[in-house]
Design a protein around this ligand. Sequence first.
Ligand SMILES: [Zn+2]
Length: 110
Amino acid sequence: MGLAVPAYDNPIRAVNATLTRSAIPSACFKKREMGGGNGQKSKTARERNLEKNKPTKGSQLESNKKAMNIQCKVCMQTFICTTSEVKCREHAEAKHPKNDVYQCFPHLKN
Ligand SMILES: [Zn+2]
């Protein structure tokens, strides 16, 4: 009874099936009961909001720059400083439909 050994081996491929799953365990969403922490939390949130609304020196300079006349970089037409972004976009769309609005008014990018 001689079993013929095949000349070739069928190599068993070890499939590396380590898939990284980004599934977040539902336990993370468990609500925690916190006693008396809410009042202080909303207070700090309010203070943070006030901080945000404070005009900083940087933004003040920025708005001063914006007060300068607006000029369309494509047709060099000038607009008064109070021209809103909407008006600029209207101009760009009406006069330069082939151009990007930022080509006419690069300042809108900021
Ligand atoms: Zn223009």
